[in-house]
Design a protein around this ligand. Structure first.
Ligand code: ZN
Ligand code: ZN
Length: 479
């Protein structure tokens, strides 16, 4: 898509300008996209939008290219009959120009996730131009800023500014070029195909966007007007909207299996719309991987195309992250989700926060009718649980006021993991005396780093509850 800047300048960048700018990071005074841009002058975006100046805030070239022309095509379609051959051609050309963006602009030039031979680069630069989304140089530069500064003010299409802003608003309204994060595009300035396409962008757009689709339908089956309206204008509209979805929908809809600290998400709907660019959470984590979808059953025709080009000798050096690295990211995110779930559960009062009881006091209270049971030196109040005890009232009552450690751990019945978990929610104290040292050791163990998660929550693993006493439990394994 045409630039944030009044883009006529973008289309007519002088060759001297390119060669005099080896790296866009070299100078802060470098005109970002438009040689006419004067950084000293107050930019329109620095003045508030009012009734008298709103039209100056609008990027009219972009409005024409992404709103007015498509609107003209939609209206024109009422009077232009759609022939089957033209419809098929429009769909085929939609895929070709879409691939120009996804496999060319995005995965080849913005991320260098593979290398392409000259014929393939020329093809991708041509069909990508036919999608009418700006030059490779401009597109890739913004996209690199988007990855580097995702969700910040330096992200050219940050979804934090709203879904509509990330989809289309950032192009409709003028942007301050000083705001967009700086990125290195020296490699693109060295690619003659990129430089040529940038210098001749307007010609490429008009020819590949409108003239070629019209000529094909006109010469081959005589449908000049249909070719112009359907394979030209409306097809441009659909390719544009599909690509815009990567900036909006892919940062808004779906799962975050690799990292949820930023907005990118994975969703099959976005993938279907964008020729496979919908696995965007993966993509932001592993941007130089030529794939977006890593599972065989996921929809990523862009990846399939690159792979086929490799078989044909047109593409090479396909980059791929090792599954070891990918799985690490997935596991860490899972861990985070687990920690969040764990924090919501009741694991009982931590041992070091329980009051210390004398053994005599424990026995007295139990005699006076309180349903207290001591297991492994921890006192539990089971008064309300007696009637619900799966092993029967008599069994649980026989442990009240006694040391029921052996009884609970297999002496009478080896209790399940769930029983140990449930028991921990009934803790009311720890006994001073015989078991105290043991309890203190266990509480230390519980407090140690490896048994706490990042949020400081206790991690209680199955079979490692403090009431589980292994040395005295011949039948514990069967519990
Ligand atoms: Zn993104
Ligand atoms: Zn990307």
């Amino acid at each position: 898509m045409p630039s944030h800047q009044p883009t006529a300048g973008d289309l007519a960048v002088k060759p001297e300008y390119l060669s005099s700018q080896p790296s866009p990071m070299a100078k802060t005074t470098e005109p970002n996209r438009n040689p006419k841009y004067d950084p000293k002058k107050v930019h329109i975006t620095e003045t508030p939008i009012t009734r008298s100046n709103w039209y100056k805030h609008v990027n009219w070239l972009n409005v024409t290219l992404i709103i007015l022309i498509p609107l003209y095509g939609c209206i024109g379609a009422f009077w232009v009959p759609l022939h089957l051959k033209t419809a098929l051609w429009a769909v085929a050309y939609y895929f070709a120009t879409g691939l120009g963006i996804t496999a060319g602009y995005h995965r080849l030039w913005a991320h260098t996730s593979y290398s392409a031979t000259l014929p393939l680069r020329i093809f991708l630069a041509a069909v990508g131009g036919g999608a009418v989304e700006g030059s490779i140089r401009w597109w890739a530069r913004d996209h690199r800023a988007h990855h580097r500064y995702t969700d910040t003010d330096k992200d050219p299409y940050s979804v934090r500014k709203g879904l509509m802003y990330s989809h289309i608003g950032w192009m409709v309204m003028k942007q301050n070029p000083k705001r967009i994060g700086r990125t290195d595009i020296s490699d693109l300035n060295e690619d003659p195909v990129v430089v040529w396409q940038h210098r001749n962008y307007l010609k490429v757009v008009v020819f590949m966007g409108l003239i070629l689709p019209t000529i094909v339908a006109g010469v081959a089956w005589g449908d000049w007007l249909g070719g112009f309206v359907y394979a030209g204008i409306l097809r441009i509209f659909f390719v544009q909207q599909a690509t815009f979805c990567v900036n909006s929908l892919a940062h808004w809809l779906g799962e975050q299996p690799f990292d949820d600290r930023n907005s990118p998400r994975d969703h099959v709907i976005t993938a279907l719309v964008t020729l496979g660019e919908g696995y965007h959470n993966f993509h932001h984590e592993f941007p130089s991987d030529y794939r977006n979808a890593i599972e065989w059953h996921q929809y990523d025709p862009t990846k399939w195309s690159i792979w086929i080009w490799k078989q044909l000798g047109l593409a090479y050096d396909l980059k791929q992250f090792r599954s070891n690295e990918i799985e690490k990211g997935r596991l860490q995110q899972l861990q985070k989700k687990i920690d969040q779930k764990r924090a919501k559960l009741d694991w009982g009062v931590p041992l070091d926060q329980l009051p210390v009881m004398e053994w005599e006091d424990y026995v007295d209270q139990a005699k006076n009718g309180r349903g207290l049971i001591a297991i492994a030196g921890i006192v539990h109040d089971v008064t309300d649980f007696i009637k619900d005890h799966p092993g029967g009232k008599a069994m649980i009552q026989s442990g009240i006021g006694k040391d029921a450690t052996a009884m609970f751990n297999g002496g009478v019945y080896g209790h399940s993991n769930a029983a140990h978990n449930l028991l921990s929610t009934m803790r009311v104290g720890v006994i001073r005396g015989g078991c105290e040292v043991e309890i203190w050791k266990r509480s230390q163990m519980e407090a140690k780093g490896e048994t706490r998660d990042l949020n400081g929550e206790r991690v209680v693993r199955a079979g490692l509850q403090p009431t589980k006493v292994l040395q005295n439990t011949p039948t514990a394994g069967a519990a």
